[in-house]
Design a binder for this molecule. Sequence first.
Ligand SMILES: Cc1cc2nc3c(=O)[nH]c(=O)nc-3n(C[C@H](O)[C@H](O)[C@H](O)COP(=O)(O)O)c2cc1C
Length: 195
Amino acid sequence: MDTTASTNGESFEILRQLIVERRTNMMVDRERSVPGSTIRDLCDLAMWAPNHKRTWPWRFATFTGEGRMRLGEAAAMDLIAGGSDDESKIGKVRRKYARTPVVLVIGSAPDDHATFHDENRDAVAAGIQNLLLGATALGLASFWSTAPVIDGPNTLELCGFESGTRIIGMIYLGWPTGEGLPGERPEPEITIVDS
Ligand SMILES: Cc1cc2nc3c(=O)[nH]c(=O)nc-3n(C[C@H](O)[C@H](O)[C@H](O)COP(=O)(O)O)c2cc1C
């Protein structure tokens, strides 16, 4: 019996299950906190993503308690500074981060070289997937949302991120009270060139 193949097959199946089970889910217990050590472990997972030129572009800021309202206020200020006068949208942004016990803002550091600047973003996106899978493995619900303004100065300053950083995800995390939408994906389209 080829035990190596069997072990690898088991690892693949465990990983596949985790990947397929991860669902975008906002139904969480707002009152049940997520330990800071858990958030730190998840950030550490993000940093194991591939990273061309080893630029270490991942930037993290966590928001809990009243900090979530400060995040909403900063994001609202950035929307207004960008010319928005949609009062309904601005009001929603002010309140939305209180929907989960913790919001993790993840940024991609800038680079003077245009290609590396873009590749930093790719590395951060890959890192976010690591983090989401880690959250799934721990039984946490997660939701990757787009920042209202991805490079808004008020939000960047509150996060402690340098100017030019792009916010790649505002990640809501919490203990689930319900399930996300059923997962579905189309079949992969693969071009095969064999000769
Ligand atoms: C870069 C990125 C940004 C996203 N931003 C949002 C968002 O702003 N609002 C939202 O409802 N979902 C957002 N999503 C989540 C997707 O809507 C979600 O992944 C998709 O519906 C598939 O659902 P699943 O994650 O459960 O498979 C984002 C996902 C990615 C990768």
